[in-house]
Write a protein that binds this ligand. Structure first.
Ligand SMILES: Nc1ncnc2c1ncn2[C@@H]1O[C@H](COP(=O)(O)OP(=O)(O)OP(=O)(O)O)[C@@H](O)[C@H]1O
Length: 530
């Protein structure tokens, strides 16, 4: 048995003679020497069998010392171990200890220098700044060399910076660690970490540098410019997750000319929005004490272009769209979400007649009572009291300068308070297609645009021919029977030939009517059996 083994036995025997102090010392010592506990126990048992002296040894005093100065047993044991080593092992051991201690000292010194001299910018995952900074970081050479990274699918596509043809492209960003890089001749470092934000763990990234934060601001400006370049001519859509807005999609702007509707109504709407977003409008409203907000209600049957119109308006005026899903939000997150809206944006409430708002309506001031009742009633479970929504729409926390767009298929089901003037300043109906809408939809699909690649298998039809067919097409379909979505769907099936589309329209109408009848019958069957 070597000297080191003797030492374990000596110390261990003393540890076992102590009462509850022993377990503490035992663990510390075994951790210090990285000896498996089983080996330790074997030595200890052997010692117990041979050492029967009832008087406390020097080692037992060492164990008591450990109680007062934690870790002292380990240090003393290490010293004793080093002294007992042979001439080759000792320098090796000392070197290892020096490296180990050196690393600790360096880490502490670096931490101290960071605390005293470094500037840091923190960015949380839920912030839009994250989408500006992390893609920039991921595109840097140091990120490609990072040995620890996080892989994601379709991340830059969501930013609009990638062709849609790639299937599930993978993207990597540095993850879990400190990544140093040089930016404008300055040393910067990037870190990512998980932070507990109360109800969930959120990723937070930081970028730091020594000295003034000016260099970090330059970097963040660059990231922002890149982001704006990527999202130029795009409409960014935000949805809420865990009570926070999160960018979910970036779509190409839909030109307003592609939304086919009554031209007078469309022109009126564009003019109204233009006037509202005018540079002097905010001051004009403030001077007159009128809340600087505007609301629109778009109503009509499904597939008549309500959502398309909202998106086109947002694209036309370079506004982001914030989609509020009423059935998925409680009163508390509702006010946070409203407070966090930017000053110029479209707030979209789709299908406001659908589930999600608890009825009957409470008085607007009685919000607490309303919430209690909505929680009690099984039917309204998960529903938001209407009073809360109304308060959020024009309460003090509601952001000025936002455009509210509400869509519904059933205007008759809406509470008058929700669509009163001031909340819905303009009400626009999008009905089923009339002759003009059919004509325009036909031209939209069949007229050649400069970006089209002609299909060599199909005969070329010039604009005049297409218009002639369009008149024929509109003449065959009765007004107010089919939605623009249905007509568009049919036209796309025959997009190779305008002539064929006109020829096939009658069988299509018969088929669609038969399908509707079938669905109605199935619907009434379900209702009766309910
Ligand atoms: N007026 C229209 N002009 C051009 N395209 C339209 C029009 N109406 C519908 N469409 C097309 O039909 C599809 C569905 O349209 P959209 O979602 O805007 O209808 P909606 O009225 O919002 O429907 P829903 O009430 O079911 O939400 C889209 O692809 C859109 O391009």
């Amino acid at each position: 048995m070597g000297a080191a083994d003797n030492l374990y036995i000596k110390i261990q025997s003393s540890l076992l003679t102590q009462s509850n102090l022993n377990s503490i010392s035992f663990q510390r010592l075994s951790a210090c020497f990285t000896i498996p506990p089983s080996t330790y126990i074997r030595f200890a048992m052997a010692t117990l069998n041979t050492t029967t002296s009832p008087t406390p040894s020097v080692s037992s005093q060492v164990s008591i010392l450990d109680f007062f100065i934690p870790g002292s047993t380990g240090i003393l044991a290490t010293i004793e171990l080093v002294l007992s080593m042979n001439s080759y092992a000792r320098p090796l051991f000392v070197c290892m200890m020096l490296v180990f201690l050196g690393r600790h000292v360096c880490r502490h010194l670096w931490g101290l220098a960071e605390t005293c001299f470094a500037s840091t910018v923190h960015v949380s995952y839920s912030s839009e700044v994250y989408d500006m900074v992390v893609p920039w970081v991921a595109s840097q050479p140091f990120a490609h060399r990072a040995r620890s990274s996080l892989a994601r699918v379709g991340w830059r596509r969501a930013l609009g910076g990638e062709s849609e043809t790639q299937k599930k492209p993978l993207h990597y960003s540095p993850w879990s660690g400190t990544f140093y890089f040089i930016y404008k001749n300055r040393l910067l470092w990037f870190r990512s970490a998980q932070k507990d934000v109360g109800y969930h763990i959120e990723e937070v990234v930081t970028v730091s540098s020594f000295g003034s934060p000016a260099i970090l601001k330059q970097l963040f400006d660059e990231c922002r410019n890149e982001y704006l370049k990527l999202t130029k001519n795009k409409t960014t859509i935000f949805e809420h997750q865990d009570g926070k807005w999160k960018r979910t999609k970036v779509r190409s702007i839909r030109p307003i000319s592609t939304v086919v509707m009554n031209e007078e109504e469309k022109g009126g709407l564009i003019k109204d929005v233009e006037g509202f977003l005018d540079s002097g409008a905010r001051m004009w409203h403030a001077n007159r004490g009128i809340p600087y907000r505007r609301g629109y209600l778009l109503y009509g049957p499904p597939g008549t272009g309500k959502s398309s119109l909202c998106l086109s308006i947002a694209g036309r005026f370079d506004l982001d769209v914030y989609v509020l899903n009423i059935s998925d939000v409680d009163s508390r997150s509702l006010s946070t979400l409203f407070a966090e809206l930017p000053s110029r944006c479209v707030l979209l409430l789709e299908d406001v007649d659908a589930v999600g708002i608890a009825q009957p309506r409470q008085t607007e001031t009685d919000t607490g009572q309303a919430e209690k009742e909505s929680a009690k009633s099984p039917q309204s479970k998960g529903k938001l009291p209407l009073s809360n929504l109304l308060n959020a729409l024009d309460g003090i926390s509601s952001q000025e300068g936002r455009l509210l767009m509400m869509t519904t298929n059933h205007i008759e089901h809406l509470d008058p308070a929700l669509i009163r003037a001031g909340r819905a300043d303009k009400k626009i109906e999008l009905p089923h297609a009339d002759k003009d809408v059919m004509f325009q939809l036909f031209c939209l699909v069949f007229k050649q645009s400069k970006d089209d690649t002609p299909d060599p298998g199909e005969p070329f039809e010039d604009d005049q021919t297409v218009e002639q067919h369009a008149h024929g097409f509109a003449g065959k379909i009765p007004e107010q029977e089919f939605s623009p979505a249905e007509i568009q769907c049919f036209l796309l099936e025959h997009r190779g030939s305008a002539r064929t589309a006109v020829e096939k329209v009658q069988p299509w109408m018969d088929r669609t009517r038969a399908e509707r009848k079938k669905m109605k019958r199935a619907d009434s069957f379900i209702t009766v059996s309910d």
